[in-house]
Design a protein around this ligand. Structure first.
Ligand code: ATP
Length: 344
């Protein structure tokens, strides 16, 4: 792995990850170096590599590094089969209070089902039905006769994610935020979210337009007329579902990046998995991780550089027609990487 000739001023924990992780991270590091990104990498292990080296998919030296840098770029991690390990993503989310999951969806290759999609979904990531308050109660001789789950949305948590969404809209020159909920039925659980987000919206009146949608109507409208949306902010479970729906609008998870923003750290990643079937073959597509790195450049206020990266990606895919096999092309990871560097 290239470790960077020019050492930047911002330390970042780089977790190359499993499977194709090393190949795509190496490509991303080379491209970021070429654009002059201000990052200094601390390379740390997680996933299967973490288990091999430290018997833990999230070794303490990796956590310590993120505690120090407060910024990480994470390659795909394979989930170990058996062994009873807790999910690395859940541990990171809890440790760094990663309350906002940021999922942009933008058309990169025209000719798909929808043209010119450019929207961002912001999902609350710590509350709602994901808090894990679940239990069974026995009925007659069935110990699992009924299952009960409670969701928790706090006013503070709702305010925090709504403020994040409106601030994001302002910083990224977006026009509109749509609050997505189910307050007509889940009157308390998602009512508090809607009510609090509308209060936050008041502060941005005249600056950012605000609307709200019931989740089922939103799901349909995303398919009928996705261009009406700009930034969507929603609760944990709805966000989980809608973020995959919007990835589907632009051709699936292959080019989807994600940011996880928290109180004490921000972690950027590709949404796809470790793709063990093509690992080591030199054909992995590094663009989802590169787009995640572009989000990280935005996060450190270097939109000047992230724009150059995104524009180079557009030109390479559409003018140079250099694409990896998953995008219908014949280029390898190295060829695509070099084409992007030429376009920077
Ligand atoms: P995991 O359990 O790690 O999520 P998975 O096989 O369920 O693994 P992915 O790893 O995302 O899911 O792979 C799904 C398919 O997409 C595989 O055929 C894989 O080769 C392909 N794929 C995923 N990411 C890439 C990529 N960056 N470049 C090329 N092909 C990819």
């Amino acid at each position: 792995m290239s470790n960077g000739k020019a050492q930047g001023s911002i330390p970042v924990t780089l977790i190359p990850g499993d499977g194709i992780g090393a190949e795509i991270s190496d490509a991303v590091v080379r491209i970021l170096e070429a654009v002059g990104a201000p990052f200094r990498w601390e390379i740390r292990m997680a996933g299967l590599a973490g288990i091999d080296a430290h018997s833990d998919p999230l070794p303490s030296e990796t956590l310590d590094s993120i505690r120090r840098t407060r910024l990480a770029l994470k390659g795909p991690l394979a989930t170990p089969v058996g062994g009873g390990y807790r999910s690395v993503n859940v541990r990171l989310r809890e440790e760094f209070k990663l309350y906002a999951n940021l999922r942009p969806a933008r058309t990169l290759i025209p000719g798909g089902r929808f043209e010119d999609i450019d929207l961002v979904l912001i999902r609350e990531n710590l509350e709602g039905l994901y808090v894990g308050f679940e239990h069974y109660i026995p009925i007659a001789d069935d110990p699992h006769g009924a299952a009960i789950s409670s969701g928790v949305n706090t006013r503070a948590g709702s305010r925090r994610i709504a403020e994040f969404a409106f601030d994001y809209a302002v910083r990224n020159k977006r026009k509109k935020v749509t609050i997505v909920h189910k307050a007509n039925i889940l009157k308390a659980l998602t009512g508090i979210f809607l009510e609090t987000a509308l209060e936050v919206a008041e502060k941005y009146k005249g600056q950012i337009e605000c609307g709200d949608r019931i989740v089922d109507a939103c799901a349909m409208q995303l398919v009928l007329n996705p261009w009406q949306f700009d930034v969507i902010v929603t609760t944990n479970l709805f966000g989980d579902i809608l973020s995959d729906e919007i990835a589907g609008l632009v051709g699936g998870l292959g080019l989807a990046p994600a940011g996880n923003i928290g109180e004490t750290a921000a972690i950027f990643e590709a949404v796809h998995g470790s793709a063990p079937d093509i690992a080591g073959k030199g054909i992995a597509n590094p663009l989802a991780l590169l787009l995640a790195a572009a989000m990280m450049l935005d996060h450190v206020n270097r939109a000047d550089l992230s724009e150059r990266v995104r524009s180079a990606i557009d030109k390479v895919l559409n003018e140079d027609q250099v694409r990896t096999p998953d995008l219908g092309g014949k280029a390898g990871t190295r060829q695509l990487t070099e084409a992007i560097i030429r376009r920077l």
